[in-house]
Design a binder for this molecule. Structure first.
Ligand SMILES: Nc1ncnc2c1ncn2[C@@H]1O[C@H](COP(=O)(O)OP(=O)(O)O)[C@@H](O)[C@H]1O
Ligand SMILES: [Mg+2]
Length: 340
């Protein structure tokens, strides 16, 4: 039986259907990435799971217990790092942790007994007596994680935990999430795909309130169809594009922007699981076209995300821009880090 389970969950705000008949489940010990463009319904889904909102339809169960029927009991079993917490910025970090513990129904002794542990685990000793609004975003997220794990919850719900962090902070928070996520079940939302690849064993993609994909990163990438390769040829772009498309092992060849040297570049997809690289190198030799580059392209999770969420342009297109599909992982990571 799944630890967390949503069935046909609906939440509307006036005319807006924020969550539209969402069904998915999370098994014990999984780290699931909840991916979607801005406004897709991630935060609303998480607020439903953590009982800050009530669904208009459908059911949510934790460990087989309905959230509706067991609100108090289940609150302690879920740690929640909300997207933003403007309300509590005047509190000292330590006060905030205590306050959140009380909200979860913990007693004063239990809170005291746990505080040293979570403060050490999240590395916030130095800021414990400082107001939250004076902390860097990185430390604010650490404090947020500290309160989330205070009641030793088996489930962690983290809403865009690395949003707004600089590249170094992001690496630190990711590593902290890996630490606190050990032996726990984690649902982590993000609109940045690299996040998922680095942190999660499974991905659920949401768009306009609907779940549009659910599976392991590898499964989803494999379900994307053919092998993708990058080609750079010293050749007239039209002739090269035509010749590539003619190869039996090539399903399609998309022309990319030419580089500074004016060489023709293509993103090529192999047909029915074939790797078209041998054919491409033979073609280049036969036509006497110097072959400057020929390598496997990796990042098809970005392609999938783009395809599933970009129909309406806007935020999804922006998110996809962070990681051009043709870039190898490291390069796209670097590009994403710098641009954000
Ligand atoms: N409290 C609210 N009142 C009205 N509309 C809301 C509220 N919360 C969210 N929405 C709307 O619901 C949709 C989903 O929002 P949200 O869950 O915050 O998306 P995400 O977290 O994926 O960016 C958006 O269209 C948003 O404007
Ligand atoms: Mg959100």
């Amino acid at each position: 039986m799944s630890l967390v389970s949503l069935t046909d969950v609906v939440k509307t705000f006036g005319e807006t259907v924020a969550v539209d008949s969402a069904t998915f489940s999370i098994d014990r010990g999984e780290v699931v990435g909840f991916l979607g463009p801005n406004g897709a319904g991630k935060t609303t889904t998480m607020r439903l799971l953590t009982q800050y909102l009530e669904p208009d339809g459908g059911t949510i169960t934790i460990d087989g217990l309905s959230v509706e029927d067991h609100p108090v009991e289940l609150r302690r079993r879920i740690g929640y790092l909300p997207e933003t917490n403007p309300l509590y910025r005047d509190m000292l970090a330590g006060e905030y942790i205590t306050f959140m513990g009380r909200l979860r129904g913990m007693g004063a002794d239990e809170i005291r007994a746990r505080t040293d542990d979570v403060v050490a685990q999240t590395g916030i000793e130095a800021v414990y007596y400082r107001p939250i609004n004076q902390l860097s975003k990185g430390y604010r997220q650490r404090v947020g994680l500290a309160q989330a794990i205070l009641s030793q919850p088996e489930i962690l719900i983290l809403d865009e935990p690395t949003e707004g962090l600089d590249p170094n902070q992001r690496v630190e928070i990711r590593s902290l999430i890996r630490d606190v996520g050990t032996d726990r079940t984690v649902l982590l939302s993000t609109h940045v795909m690299q996040e998922v690849r680095k942190t999660c064993s499974r991905v659920v993609i949401i768009n306009e309130g609907r779940i549009v994909a659910d599976g392991s990163v590898d499964e989803l990438v494999a379900g994307q169809g053919g092998v993708r390769v990058m080609v750079e040829l010293e050749a007239p772009a039209d002739a090269a594009g035509h010749a590539l498309t003619e190869l039996p092992s090539v399903a399609r060849a998309d022309a990319l922007e030419a580089d500074a040297g004016g060489r023709a570049r293509f993103a090529v997809e192999g047909s029915s699981g074939q790797d078209p690289r041998p054919d491409i190198s033979k073609l280049a030799a036969a036509r006497d076209w110097p072959l400057w580059e020929l390598h496997l392209a990796q990042a098809s999770l970005e392609d999938l995300f783009h395809r599933l969420t970009a129909e309406h342009g806007g935020p999804a297109a922006e998110a996809a821009d962070e990681a051009p599909a043709a870039m190898p992982d490291e390069a796209s990571e670097a590009a994403g880090e710098v641009e954000e």
